[in-house]
Ligand binder design. Structure first.
Ligand code: E4P
Length: 224
């Protein structure tokens, strides 16, 4: 399973890259706004800055919601860097644009996916990635990870190539459950990635190892 970071923060992207486990980045208009980036010029420059840090795929989302606008914006985004993947919402004109992008060789990430039916449509259109938002599904007391499992089963039965990118990850358990449910990629905040590190027995075990080492050294020094 590939690890993407879900942020537009250059510092967090660098920190995740430094861990040596980063395969790509996803952003969205809210994440760009959170970093205070506005205006098309600045937004495009920011995507280029992200693409310079990361070798893997970087999802850049269109703002347009009509076919012509999505096509125009998507082509401009794809021209920014080789590793840009155009993120397109799961709407009627979005699906039409994904089909057209597929025909002309532009890679896409179909976003705002909340059902298996939407997942089938995006795969038929040839989306490179599909982003089911599992945290937001859980927020309304449905089963986000169950949705990943259902889509993974359908894609395996049908032999679809679209990669399942589990999005809207809220914690480390979402990452583990997505891996088990058959996600190809998870995109997570840095805090959830770092959450995978944590286990009290690791902390206790390490403290004991270091204390034993220290005691043995002190004993050896005392007998010299
Ligand atoms: C996916 O690509 C989205 O950017 C993201 O995962 C949405 O997460 P949220 O529901 O925490 O906003």
């Amino acid at each position: 399973m590939k690890f993407f970071i879900d942020t537009a923060s250059l510092d967090q992207i660098k920190e995740a890259k430094d861990l040596g486990i980063l395969d790509g980045v996803t952003t969205n208009p809210s994440l760009m706004a959170k970093e205070g980036i506005s205006g098309l010029d600045n937004i495009y420059k920011h995507y280029q800055a992200i693409c310079k840090i990361v070798d893997g795929d970087v999802s850049a989302e269109v703002i347009s919601t009509d076919f012509e606008g999505i096509m125009k914006e998507g082509k401009m985004l794809a021209d920014l860097a080789e590793n840009i993947v155009v993120k397109v919402p799961m709407i009627r004109d979005g699906i039409k644009a994904i089909s057209r992008f597929t025909e002309i060789g532009i890679r896409t990430n179909c976003t705002l996916v909340f059902s298996a039916g939407q997942a089938i449509l995006a795969a038929k259109a040839g989306a490179t990635y599909l982003s089911p938002f599992i945290g937001r599904v859980d927020d309304i007391t449905w089963d986000g990870v169950g949705l990943i499992r259902e889509i993974a089963e359908i894609y395996a039965i049908q032999g679809y190539d679209t990669e399942i990118l589990a999005a809207s990850i809220r914690n480390a358990k979402h990452i583990v459950d997505s891996a088990l449910a058959g996600a190809d990629v998870v995109t997570c905040p840095l805090s959830s990635i770092l959450g995978l590190l944590k286990h009290p027995l690791t902390d206790i075990g390490l403290a004991n190892f270091l204390a034993d080492h220290q005691k043995a050294n002190e004993k050896a020094m005392a007998t010299k």
